[in-house]
Design a protein around this ligand. Sequence first.
Ligand SMILES: [Mg+2]
Length: 261
Amino acid sequence: MSRSSTAVPAVETAEQPRSTAVPAVDSRLGPPRYVLFDIDGTLIDSQGAGGAALSLALVDEFAIANPRSVPLHGQTDLGVFSRLLSLNGLDDTAENFERLSNAYFARLPQELRRRGGRVLPGVQGILAELRKIKGCHVGLLTGNLPISAQMKLEHFGLWDAFDFGIFGDLGAQRPDLSAPTIAAVNNRSGQEVPPECIIVIGDTPLDVALARAMRARCLAVCTGGFAGDELLAAGACRAVDDLSDTTDLLNWIFTQTELSR
Ligand SMILES: [Mg+2]
């Protein structure tokens, strides 16, 4: 994905070879689907690289010896950075936000390399299959800022799997991303997309809350530390241990339309 270019679908055509793993899944079964992935805890486990880079940024850029931290799971970086500045006695101004962001971006790649991390189970497979399906639009719906999202996904070789994205610079709370997401999907489609054709895949109750705010379907994954019961209680349509069962998940994405299992 290139953030600077106009979004051009990279999906293959129906005439191209299709994996025998998903013979029943085809855009002919229904209208196009917009499948939107969270990043941390859903696509990748960076082993805390983001939090570490943020902490280093506060130490180095603002001379905070022992920076206080805030919860990161499911939050947007716009909200996280604002709370971090205030909690560490710094003015929550646009100038300090930019200083913190730039210091964070400068330290993130080395933390990604230093900590290892991994692509979570099933991610490569489901992305590869989704991209073969005509009428399937694969996007990001993440709390990360655009630059850090790209850094993380390029590190793990996943950036090019996505056609478009909605990022954490568009709202201080995750459900605030609802309106920009609907606008991005409708813009991509050229018409109003029924909410049940939008599928949010994420690992936290806040991902679920965002999906519910849009009346979209939410597939919750338990790879980020939250239990299935917790995610279902938050309102997820379905919770799975991970994204390994590609055939089952693709059939669910393309054949179910209800906001329940
Ligand atoms: Mg996450």
